[in-house]
Design a protein around this ligand. Structure first.
Ligand code: PDD
Length: 279
């Protein structure tokens, strides 16, 4: 089946998408994006994703001429046209097309592009857990905006793969922030810990859902910074994200986390999450 894209306000086949060489997303990474999960043909936590998109746009002083309602209607139509049941929607918005100049272009209209992709839930990683390595977080200081500038994330993820790990957990001077493409949580003495939602991390939707599920399950949680040493000494650790859901971390820098198996609180939260998405 041909894949239908939403580009420049029209629905069209992938082959007909024509990206300008002068698109500021292409030249500067000057834009924002969202990755939505689709379960059973529905956008999961759509409201939260659009609110974060609004905050990212405001952070970059980027206009959203479609309005959030217009974007939402387009994303729903895109899912329907592609008959997507289980997968993701990728939406990115750049500042538009104009001759290369660092200054914001006068009069250029933002350019939106969206497509869907079938993605299965990562069952094996969720069951067995993943090894991670730790790396210094060398990103800028507005990680709360979901921008297209992912070079530091890309380098971190590749470094992790080159070292035989599934992901890189990032830290700033020994304080764990998040991973290359997900948020990080640990459990110590029954308490769930994760970095506070400030400018140093992306305010993950899955992170928020997980904290909400923990509250309902009466698992105590604390959004406070924790150190690399606390990560090494954690009873349990996991990452949260739109595609990884709640994936256990079973080894950090070659050392086992806890027993080296997914821990009981992680498993409990995974079950609550599965229930929340109707599984
Ligand atoms: N990544 N932190 C970073 C740096 C991320 O890129 C992501 C998401 C998250 C988790 O956020 P959420 O739960 O809202 O997906 C945290 C997306 C999926 C990506 O870039 O593909």
């Amino acid at each position: 089946m041909t894949s239908i894209y939403w580009y420049d306000n029209a629905f069209l086949p992938e082959e007909e998408v024509r990206i300008s060489p002068h698109d500021r997303g292409y030249n500067f990474g000057d834009g924002i994006y969202e990755v939505f999960r689709v379960y059973g043909g529905n956008l999961f936590e759509a409201e939260a994703h659009f609110e974060r998109l609004r905050l990212s746009a405001a952070g970059l002083k980027l206009a959203l001429p479609w309005g959030l309602d217009g974007l939402r209607a387009a994303m729903i139509e895109l899912v329907e046209r592609n008959e997507l049941k289980e997968g993701i929607v990728y939406l990115q918005i750049t500042r538009g097309t104009a001759p290369r100049n660092h200054l914001f272009p006068a009069g250029a209209a933002p350019v939106a592009l969206a497509y869907t992709r079938e993605v299965a839930r990562p069952v094996q990683a969720m069951e067995q857990g993943i090894p991670v390595v730790t790396l210094e977080d060398i990103r800028w200081l507005h990680c709360n905006y979901k921008t297209l500038n992912l070079l530091a994330n890309v380098l971190a993820k590749q470094e992790a793969a080159d070292r035989g790990a599934a992901d890189a957990v990032l830290h700033r001077g020994g304080i764990v922030t998040e991973s290359s493409a997900s948020n990080v949580m640990i459990v110590k003495d029954g308490v769930l810990l994760t970095h506070p939602p400030d400018n140093l991390i992306l305010h993950g939707i899955t992170r928020a859902v997980t904290l909400r599920l923990a509250r309902v399950a009466e698992i105590p949680s604390d959004e406070r910074p924790f150190t690399l040493d606390e990560l090494y000494a954690a009873d349990e650790a996991f990452v949260t994200g739109t595609t990884v859901e709640i994936t256990p971390i079973v080894a950090v820098d070659g050392r086992k986390v806890g027993s080296g198996e997914p821990g009981p609180i992680t498993l409990r939260l995974q079950r609550e999450f599965a229930a929340a998405i109707g599984r």
